[in-house]
Write a protein that binds this ligand. Sequence first.
Ligand code: GLN
Length: 309
Amino acid sequence: IDTSPGTDYQSVLEEIADEIGALPGRGRSADYIPALACADPRSFGMALADVDGNVHGVGEWRTPFSTQSITKVFTLALVLARDGADLWEHVGREPSGNPFNSLVQLEYEHGIPRNPFINAGALVVTDRLQSLTGDASEDLLAFLRTESGNPDIGFDLEVAASESAHGDRNAALAHFMASYGNIRHPVPTLLDHYFRQCSIEMSCADLALATGFLARHGLLADGSRLLSRSEAKQINAVMMTCGTYDAAGNFAYRVGLPGKSGVGGGIVAVVPGRCTLCVWSPGLDERGNSVAGVAALDRFTTLTGLSVF
Ligand code: GLN
């Protein structure tokens, strides 16, 4: 029984914001680079975009923040759109059950990462986007500007430089996969694009709009097709099973939507056929997912009954 056709999204978001305001623990901001460490864990914003591009929001929903691993959704979509299923020869689609930056599974999987949303998998995807476009991070940025309708979205080069200065783990992942022939570009070039990709700053409104193609079964904001219906379903499925790393089971249990988090504190979520959401609050749990963000999405699906289940 669908109880949600006339949902008043704005009042639902306001109710959630009130509840989140009273949430006691907020987790800690990511502290591996100074630019993220200074974010206030109490910041909170949430936006919802329907499939027609109407946006609702509460709190700091227009404040740009560091998108980080949320960008892995878009690079995956751009590679699948241009190169089809060949990608799946080079990256798996299984949850890793390990932290997002873990190295341990790569050796016995012969340099093939478990999925495109852990760092190892995202590096393979960005490497292939670089082959397809000649400038992976600029191609991604152009896509995000078009789909969000915001030409002011850009890289935060200070964050990118800081990621690079603290980038030993990602460099190790890339070199290790290169030793199996699963990375095509020189590792420093790849890391440059990956760190710029992670540094892109967007607001909840921007991200909810830019994710719209996943709710529209592959159609872009202008009605043209980026992905087949089946490919859009596949990305949503991988988001559901792998989008929040070693907390994906709990995210599915609590929220019941395809979602993708980033260590900047953002999470995007998709209600296929209906709308997309983005929530932002920089305080993270020990798995790198926003504490208030997961709580807010949990409340959204509970209050509206909108989930994929
Ligand atoms: N830039 C971060 C990294 O590569 C992104 C990780 C994340 O958001 N989970 O470590």
